[in-house]
Design a protein around this ligand. Structure first.
Ligand code: FAD
Ligand code: FES
Ligand code: FES
Length: 488
């Protein structure tokens, strides 16, 4: 059983491990405003807002795709759907602006778009957010990037976003109510589901049920249920394990300084750290999924999922990341490159979980570039992703690390191409050798995202781009380079 607030009303519901928020809303609670389009997190029609009380006691709403959000994760939280936005007969500013700007035609996408506007409006209401993040075109695109509309066209929707703050602030008071106290470890059925809140609790669960599937943001895992109709015999939810939710500054035994990022920390929470220290990595996050996905997806899930086209593993490989794993046998650490063994096969043993990922501090003189090639700019997985780190010392390349996604069964460094550049001047001849070496490093496959030939050619082109960037000592913004890259 779970307890949560739905549009201000307390709810006490029975859910199975596979129940999604969308299913709970439409099939059990008769709340039909939230629509199902794709059932895979892509279209945004099912967008809802989830309010969680942070450590500072503040209630913050984030947008989420109800179709791939596990219902059990609502426990103790506040869920707002499009059915609850209006205050009596007075529309919420997000709704009023959509009406006035003619932002809806068939209306199928509209509930989701209104909910994305609602969470944007909530962020704007927060005084510090207003100061930190005025409504720039980029912020607007980020807020709406996970919502597709096939008939209205986006200009009226954009107009609604830009003008909603001019509408009277009709907002039901219950929106500021925090959710009910969550039960410490809700149990859906005696053995099928656990939601530990401490590392010790997690380890106990892993000991008791080493075969259980782990779930964090569910933005990968839940597609197994909605697309392949998988059933989860046992689930352990890691999202509330306190130790997996922290970012800690640390010094490793080898003297490297950096941060341990808890495996359950969401992309949205990591963003400020990356924006301060790794511009190129932060920019990649803006291109990873949508706001709805980034609000729930985690680095831990991205790495554990071990997809060859996951966005963050090549970046973490280029930065020399490490992993901390926990299980009944205790804790162990390993370099990230020893984690990926073969297609979707990792060094994670049964009964183990990722506790944290090490992100090193930027090193003096080191540069990181990340270029993602995908068919669409917003909300699309990459065909090829290159992440490159290097230093220039007396005109010579040092500590060159070139990592790629989409080029092999696993995210992988291009060791031969790296050797072709290490200790060399960044000359056309050295880069020519590196490009040739790429064909020994990788024999990519053809799939819907790109042919093997496309992948070989574009990966080599990314190295040529890298040469040009170094040659011009270019201060190109990652954004410009990304946009250019999409044009291929
Ligand atoms: C619409 C859409 C767009 C997307 N776009 C992108 C994109 O642009 N780039 C990209 O890289 N990915 C993308 N993804 C995939 C997904 O969002 C990411 O891989 C995300 O980081 C997964 O994190 P999660 O917390 O949701 O993991 P979950 O789905 O909860 O889990 C994923 C896997 O990791 C395991 N796992 C989770 N946490 C742990 C842990 N602590 N220890 C061990 N195992 C664990 C789970 O058992 C599962 O096998 C997209 C997904 C969707 C639905
Ligand atoms: S139904 Fe398309 S994102 Fe949920
Ligand atoms: S109004 Fe029809 S899909 Fe957007």
């Amino acid at each position: 059983m779970i307890d949560f607030l739905l549009n201000g009303q307390p709810r006490h519901c029975e859910v199975t491990p596979e129940t999604s928020v969308l299913e709970l809303l439409r099939e059990s609670l008769g709340a039909m405003g939230t629509k199902e389009g794709c059932a895979s997190g892509d279209c945004g029609a099912c967008t809802v807002a989830i309010g969680e009380t942070g450590a500072d006691g503040e209630l913050r709403y984030h947008s989420a795709n109800a179709c791939i959000t596990p219902a059990h994760q609502l426990n103790g939280h506040h869920l707002i759907t499009v059915d609850g936005l209006a205050n009596g007969d007075k529309l919420h500013p997000a709704q009023a602006a959509m009406v006035e700007c003619h932002g809806s035609q068939c209306g199928f996408c509209t509930p989701g778009i209104v909910m994305s506007l609602f969470t944007l409006h909530e962020q704007q209401r927060r005084q510090e957010d207003k100061a930190l993040a005025p409504l720039t075109p980029q912020r607007l695109e980020a807020a709406l990037g996970g919502n597709l509309c096939r008939c209205t066209g986006y200009r009226p929707i954009r107009d609604a976003a830009l003008t909603m703050n001019e509408h009277p602030e009709h907002r039901p008071l219950w929106m500021d109510a925090t959710g009910p106290e969550p039960k410490p470890e809700p149990v859906i059925s005696e053995s099928s589901f656990a939601q530990p809140t401490t590392l010790t609790g997690l380890i106990e669960c892993l000991e008791r049920h080493p075969e259980a599937r782990l779930v964090a943001g569910a933005t990968d895992l839940w597609l197994e249920s909605t697309q392949r109709l998988a059933r989860f015999e046992r689930l352990i939810d890691v999202t509330r394990v306190a130790e997996l939710n922290v970012i800690e500054e640390t010094t490793l035994e080898d003297g490297r300084r950096g941060w341990w990022i808890g495996a359950a920390v969401t992309y949205t929470r990591i963003e400020p750290l990356l924006e301060t220290h790794y511009d190129a990595f932060a920019h990649l996050l803006h291109r990873l999924g949508s706001s709805q996905i980034r609000n729930r997806g985690t680095l831990g899930g991205n790495v554990a999922n071990a997809s060859p086209i996951g966005d963050t593993p090549p970046v973490l490989l280029a930065l020399g990341s490490r992993l901390k794993l926990v299980g009944s046998e205790g804790e162990r650490e390993l370099p990230l490159e020893d984690f990926f063994l073969d297609y979707k096969r990792t060094a994670l043993q049964q009964g183990e979980a990722i506790r944290a990922l090490f992100l090193p501090h930027p090193i003096e003189g080191e540069t990181l570039k990340v270029w993602k090639l995908s068919k669409r700019r917003e909300d699309d997985i990459s065909a090829v992703l290159g992440a490159f780190a290097w230093r220039l010392e007396d005109g010579v390349l040092r500590d060159v690390r070139l990592a790629f996604g989409g080029m092999a069964a696993i995210p992988k460094r291009a060791i031969r191409a790296e050797s072709a550049l290490e200790g060399k001047e960044p000359s056309p001849a050295a880069f020519q050798q590196a490009r040739l070496a790429l064909s020994q490093d990788f024999q990519p496959m053809s799939d819907v995202r790109g042919s093997a030939h496309y992948r070989q050619v574009t990966a080599a082109n990314l190295l040529e781009r890298l040469r040009l960037v170094i040659a011009q000592n270019a201060t190109d913004s990652p954004r410009e380079v990304m946009l250019h890259a999409y044009a291929h």
